[in-house]
Design a protein. Structure first.
Length: 447
């Protein structure tokens, strides 16, 4: 029999008794997604160089830090993307095309509408949806290239009506570009492909590449490492971003009805991301933990990346034992995981009570990997607890609403007293005067 894996355990019943357990719970619930200050400072320095030095600074950073091509070129041209598309193995191309179609179908349901509301007669407010002109999508590349992340950023941008889409992704250690990622870029009509990684890639998107004729983008989206996240936070204010992205994370809520083999497989699929990616099992059934530990040991025996998985489980896996179902679901809402699998009895009742998660996978046939690739839902999700306040990347991430106010004389008259009274209370007399003067001609004519 295969040796079982011993998961680190957290007993929530001890929270009110043991200060160390209470501190561990607080740390889990308030973990955050932003990188540490040293990385923030390093990214700031790289961005300053890119802002002042343009193309040459990005080439220099690529050469020093990795992510650049061997010849120093910063762009992959359209012909190169199209060549990679035509060379895609048929099975991979079919998978990418199905993924594109499913993402598109879901993204179309998210397309916002322009609406007009009559507040009172004479006052109409239009909330007009406007797609962004230029968007930058960061796609992990190099030794860990994710064509799926490129598609998750580009497809909803296309549905939103974005005018121009710029992708940035690094080359590998030998200066080569992942051909599947490049082919995927051609399948969705990426306009410009910047070959750079890390903070310098974010700088190229935010500030443009003057020598190469690449203009700055209006918003940057997409997951990346800590340097990408730090750089996105630094440029926010000069351009928009989606979210800071911390390490990927999964939580599985299970009870005795769950198939331990499925639960173990879902935890291993998360552990594959690396030692900094949390993989949590939450249950109120101690027997469930024991069964999953046995399955983890069995599956590791034949796992393709066993060494990585073992290191990841040792560093990031945790079994959280709750005293009951209610306490378990409360912990889930407090933790706000990026990915949440729910495999329990009366599953829909549990799902109805869950309000904080990036993406919820319901039942025994909904593995996280389905959402990562082909279900159609977006896999660019809030991490580090940001699911308490933010949702997945979506079509409305690629546009904005403009308020258009149409006010007639009668409409203004209906709110005149309110505007004048409040402007007086705030000491902003020019605001009051801007309303008063619009009625003076009529008042003089009547006197």
């Amino acid at each position: 029999m295969s040796p079982s894996v011993s998961l680190r355990r957290l007993d929530l019943a001890q929270t009110g008794i043991d200060p160390a357990v209470a501190a561990q719970v607080r740390a889990l619930l308030r973990r955050g997604a932003a990188p540490d200050q040293r990385i923030r400072e390093g990214a700031r320095a790289i961005l300053a160089a890119v802002r002042s030095g343009g193309d040459a600074a990005v080439r220099d950073a690529n050469a020093r830090l990795g992510g650049g091509r061997a010849d120093g070129s910063l762009l992959a041209g359209r012909a190169e993307m199209e060549s990679a598309r035509e060379a895609l193995p048929p099975r991979i191309r079919a998978g990418l095309e199905q993924m594109i179609e499913n993402i598109r179908r879901f993204a179309e349901t998210e397309l916002p509408e322009t609406r007009t509301t009559t507040i009172v007669p004479g006052i109409e407010i239009e909330r007009r949806w406007v797609p962004l002109a230029r968007v930058g999508v960061y796609a992990p590349g190099g030794s860990a290239a994710y064509p799926s992340s490129l598609l998750m950023g580009v497809v909803p941008a296309r549905v939103a009506g974005v005018g121009e889409i710029v992708v940035a992704s690094p080359a590998d250690a030998e200066g080569g570009l992942n051909q599947t990622l490049l082919g995927a870029a051609a399948l969705v009509g990426v306009d410009t492909f910047i070959v750079a990684g890390g903070a310098q890639a974010v700088g190229a998107l935010a500030y443009g590449l003057p020598e190469s004729g690449v203009e700055p983008v209006d918003r940057i989206v997409g997951p990346g490492n800590a340097w990408v996240t730090a750089a996105k936070l630094e440029v926010f204010g000069e351009c928009g971003i989606d979210l800071p992205a911390g390490p990927s994370e999964v939580m599985v809520v299970a009870d005795g009805t769950a198939d331990a083999a499925h639960v173990a497989a879902d935890l291993l699929s998360q552990a594959e991301h690396g030692p900094d990616s949390p993989a949590l099992l939450v249950t109120w059934d101690a027997g469930c933990v024991a069964s999953v530990e046995i399955e983890l040991g069995r599956q590791l025996e034949t796992a393709a990346r066993r060494a990585i998985l073992e290191r990841s489980l040792a560093a990031g896996a945790l079994a959280v034992l709750a005293p009951n179902r209610d306490a378990a679901l409360d912990f889930v809402n407090g933790y706000a995981p990026e990915h949440l699998s729910v495999v329990v009895e009366d599953v829909e009742e549990a799902v109805a009570r869950l309000r904080n998660a990036g993406s919820i996978f319901v039942g025994p046939y909904a593995p996280e990997s389905a959402g990562d690739y082909a279900s159609g839902a977006n896999h660019v999700l809030p991490t580090g607890g940001l699911a308490r306040s933010c949702g997945a990347l979506a079509t409305d991430s690629f546009g904005k609403f403009i308020q258009v106010q149409r006010i007639t004389r009668d409409g203004l008259a209906s709110i005149r007293d309110a505007v004048e009274a409040i402007s007086e209370a705030e000491g902003l007399m020019a605001h009051k005067r801007a309303v008063e003067m619009r009625f003076e001609d009529g008042e003089r004519a009547r006197s």
